[in-house]
Ligand binder design. Structure first.
Ligand code: FPP
Length: 274
């Protein structure tokens, strides 16, 4: 999510040889093991989190303003959200604006906030019809009041959705969320990781479930203050492609790769466990 100082020479999105193997693929059928332990989401299915990076470089490499990259990125987000339920994804968390992104020029931040507002205004009804529950995780006090209202309206309207929990991270910092949860935690009498997770979920709302698969596009390989607690046992997948070039076939390929990973959570792999 950071604004990268990458110069043109860094704009190598090797479309022909991505990190993620391309299909043929079939939609994976998540097993109970893949779904991992859930902190407070009993529903089956995967939690996929995405750091949708590379919008700016995608635009710059085409001689376009960075905001054009974000607009193209929002279109890709729409397509991925639409496809998610049939791919076995029950929770999808997208990093739309990190708290660190306030360091960018106000015009760029405002363009991203406008896209998010537009998404909520145009897609909420569709989400209701499709059983998609929208939650925003992150701070709300620094976004424009009109966006804050749109967030509240969308969350209320979609609250009954059960096919997909779409969590959009806006003005989000995992470290800040953990810090605020820790500040509240001293009042809690039941001291356990589970109760801490519940406090964390309250801090930024939108629940807190363990991430199964984290995908980052754009070629960088870091977490950038995203879901630090929830990614403790996540599988990571880094994709060279910039987010605006990411397709439904790419996420299918990512899920296919994920299905072949052995998740031991610190235990021995099945083959050695005896
Ligand atoms: C990172 O690319 C991307 C962002 C900061 C914004 C992401 C926002 C969206 C994709 C739109 C929001 C989604 C919805 C549902 C409408 P970057 O600017 O850091 O790219 P760079 O590393 O190439 O500079």
């Amino acid at each position: 999510m950071e604004s990268s100082n990458a110069v043109e020479s860094k704009l190598i999105f090797p479309v022909a040889s991505p990190v993620v193997p391309m299909p043929p693929s079939r939609p994976p059928t998540p097993t109970a093991a893949q779904s991992s332990e859930r902190v407070n989401s009993p529903a089956p299915g995967l939690h996929v989190a995405i750091i949708s990076d590379g919008n700016g470089r995608w635009a710059t490499s085409r001689g376009l303003p960075r905001s054009a990259g974000h607009r193209a990125g929002a279109e890709v987000a729409r397509r991925i959200i639409e496809a998610a339920p049939r791919l076995g994804i029950h929770t999808l968390t997208l990093f739309a604006l990190s708290s660190a992104n306030w360091k960018r020029p106000p015009a760029e931040v405002n363009a991203i906030l406008r896209l998010l507002h537009e998404y909520l205004l145009t897609e909420t009804l569709h989400c209701v019809e499709e059983g998609v529950r929208i939650s925003i995780i992150g701070r709300r006090d620094r976004v424009p009041a009109t966006l804050r209202q749109a967030i509240a309206d969308s969350e209320a309207a979609t609250s009954r959705g059960t096919r997909l929990h779409l969590r959009l991270a806006i003005d989000y910092s995992a470290r800040e969320a953990i810090f605020h949860a820790a500040c509240r935690f001293y009042k809690v009498t039941e001291l356990s990781p589970e109760s801490f997770s519940r406090v964390l979920a309250e801090v930024y709302r939108g629940g807190s479930t363990e991430v199964d698969l984290l995908i980052r596009t754009g070629g960088e390989q870091r977490l950038s203050d995203f879901l630090l607690w929830e990614c403790a046992f996540a599988e990571f997948l880094f994709v060279h492609k910039a987010w605006p070039d990411f397709t439904v076939a790419d996420i299918e390929a990512a899920l296919e790769e994920f299905a072949h990973r052995e998740r031991t959570r610190g235990a021995l792999p099945d083959a050695l466990a005896g």
